[in-house]
Design a protein around this ligand. Structure first.
Ligand code: HEM
Length: 149
């Protein structure tokens, strides 16, 4: 079996802690920018589009880093899986935005925000140091008291 690399895991989790917060802020900003556009501040549609592209890039970067945290870092595979699902949903969301399918685009925007927040929770719940040999990874359901960050 391939040995895990605690150094890679530590660096990757540190980077991920930053990228998931950035993705959260961008996802929170999207309804605000869209609302401003709908209220008549038309340049905000351009900002909404640019923010969508930056969000997609940040989630792509998070996916690459989460893959490294998983292999060789030894972190749970749920990390890259969550980022991959989020990236695919954001790509669909952007296509729906460009084609003005707002009846799906607006509710899916809420879905994107939930996915991004779930990814952030998953990353921030993981301790920065590797679990001791033989110890289990904190599960998704672990209470905050069980997880020291
Ligand atoms: C985080 C998720 C989101 C992404 C990635 C995203 C992406 C996009 C993109 C790429 C466009 C096309 C922009 C253009 O044509 O220049 C667009 C348009 C739009 N989006 Fe979003 N969006 C998101 C969330 C939302 C949310 C939550 C709302 C509403 C609450 C919303 C409302 C709109 C509106 C009103 C338009 C303009 C449609 C039109 O031109 O008539 N979006 N979005």
């Amino acid at each position: 079996m391939e040995k895990s690399r605690p150094g890679v895991r530590l660096t990757a989790l540190r980077v991920l802690r930053g990228t998931v917060v950035l993705a959260g802020l961008l996802a929170f900003g999207q309804p605000v920018l869209a609302g401003g556009f709908l209220q008549g501040h038309y340049p905000l549609l351009q900002a909404h589009e640019v923010a969508a592209m930056i969000l997609a890039a940040v989630v792509l970067l998070s996916l690459v880093v989460a893959l490294l945290a998983w292999r060789p870092g030894g972190a749970p595979g749920a990390l890259p899986r969550g980022q991959l699902i989020t990236l695919v949903v954001i790509a669909v969301q952007m296509m729906l935005g460009f084609s003005r399918e707002l009846i799906i685009h607006v509710p899916l925007g809420v879905g994107v925000l939930i996915l991004v927040l779930k990814n952030a929770e998953r990353v921030w719940k993981l301790p920065l140091r590797a679990p001791a040999a033989g110890a289990a990874e904190p599960s998704e359901q672990a209470s905050p008291a069980e997880v020291d960050a």
